[in-house]
Ligand binder design. Structure first.
Ligand code: NDP
Ligand code: MG
Length: 390
């Protein structure tokens, strides 16, 4: 039986890895919607190759080039954020959520409303609107499967276990591009230097977030939202080899660790085949050749973003949306050369402190309230950045 699948963020790193898995078993899938942003040639190429029903770019000004590139292919085209979200209501039994940033939330929610299985790479959805995502899935009988490697690892370690027996969850962090840099050098780090991950090949934004550990901060919050564990049960461990993705500690003192190569196709393939395990013809780990695995505690002075994650979890409500919005604005500032690498956490910290008086914790979480908190946080981050530039 062929399965109808859609991929949101098809032109990105996760999207292309997902298409690679589908390409290996083309008879098994019917590709419904593929979405992208500005990379029109990649979107058109994938839409032609997989004979997608529809290809959508998130940006209106990219519609004409997309239409031209797909002329005569039989693939329908559309453009704009609303069209991307609308495409999530096209019937599909498996949908990959791999848009980067807060823009991934609305399509993911729309997908859940049709009771589908949502493979969730877009961690921002759970950070900004975790309770809304889970409630929407429950109401519509939809399933959310984690794709982030740490969360896929936790999910796999928990299979057959009861949450009451879980004592702690440990997610690992490589330490990012600057883990071996002296602390004093960090403030002069450039976007180019931060875009060079020691272990993983990923999109630029998540790679820079790995260097600053904003990525790990988002993942700590993602863990809290998805698995419902308390903040003080979540630990982060620096693990430079990035081979142990996460560990779950149980009440009897036993720990289940998930170990695997740095290849997102494992986590994507697991979500694509769930509940069965896929046969994946990918490289196998040779632990004897690797020889040793190292672990150490993160230094919060070096990685202040991690501390902010715990503040955000204590605030709850819309604090996650504000945190993510401020983080995205600060990252834009860093990419544009307006903000030093080490000032990103200062800006985000300022915004969170500044917004803590807005009763973020008490607000209802709806798509509208999340958008508003995101917008306010971005504005305040802009103000904070302007002050830093003066
Ligand atoms: P990429 O930057 O490689 O790809 C992002 C995708 O989103 C592209 O298809 C891009 O289109 C599209 N896009 C960008 N802006 C918008 C927008 N405003 N509206 C709609 N679509 C947009 O990112 P990754 O694949 O690395 O990451 C995707 C998500 O998965 C992120 O949330 C990330 O945190 C998460 N993730 C990624 C991992 C990885 O290994 N890469 C691992 C774990 C999680 P275009 O390129 O055409 O402009
Ligand atoms: Mg991850």
């Amino acid at each position: 039986m062929t399965r109808r699948v859609s991929i949101f963020g098809a032109t990105g790193s996760i999207g292309q890895n997902t298409l690679d898995l589908i390409r290996r078993d083309p008879e098994a899938y019917r590709v419904v919607a593929l979405t992208g942003g500005r990379n029109i040639s990649a979107l058109a190429r994938a839409a032609r190759e997989f004979q997608a029903e529809i290809a959508i770019t998130a940006f209106d000004e990219c519609h004409e080039p997309l239409r031209a590139a797909l002329e005569g292919s039989g693939v329908e085209t559309a453009a704009g954020a609303a069209a991307v979200t609308e495409a999530a209501s096209r019937p599909a039994s498996w949908i990959m959520s791999a848009i980067v940033g807060a823009a991934g939330l609305a399509p993911g929610l729309k997908a859940l409303e049709q009771g589908t299985t949502l493979a969730l790479a877009n961690k921002e959805s759970l950070v900004t609107a975790g309770p809304l995502m889970l409630a929407t899935a429950k109401t519509h009988g939809a399933t959310i499967l984690p794709v982030d490697s740490e969360h896929s690892a936790i999910f796999q370690a928990l299979r057959g276990e009861s949450m009451e027996t879980v004592e702690r969850v440990i997610i690992t962090a490589s330490g990012g591009a600057f883990r071996d840099w002296p602390f004093e050098r960090l403030q002069a780090a450039t976007p180019e230097e931060a875009s060079n991950h020691p272990n993983w090949a990923m999109g630029q934004r998540i790679t820079i977030d790995s260097a600053s550990m904003f990525n790990k901060a988002l993942e700590v919050i993602e863990t809290r939202e998805f698995f419902g564990v308390a903040p003080d049960q979540i630990e982060v461990l620096i693990h430079p080899e990035s081979l142990v993705h996460a560990l779950v500690g149980f009440r009897d003192g036993g720990i289940m660790a998930h170990v695997g190569p740095h290849d997102m196709r494992h986590a994507i393939g697991y979500a694509l085949s769930y509940p069965t395990r896929p046969d994946l013809a990918l490289d196998r780990l040779d632990l004897a050749a690797i020889g040793q695995l190292n672990f150490s505690a993160p230094d919060l002075m070096r990685y202040p973003a991690l501390g902010l994650a715990y503040e955000v979890m204590a605030m709850r409500g819309l604090a996650g949306a504000a945190f993510n919005g401020a983080k995205e604005a600060a990252l834009d500032g860093f990419l544009a050369g307006r903000l030093r690498f080490t000032d990103m956490a200062c800006v985000v910290g300022d915004v969170i402190e500044n917004m803590s008086g807005d009763r973020l914790g008490n607000a209802a979480i709806t798509l509208e309230s999340v958008r508003e908190a995101d917008q306010v946080a971005r504005r305040r981050a802009e103000e904070s950045m302007s002050l830093k530039q003066e």
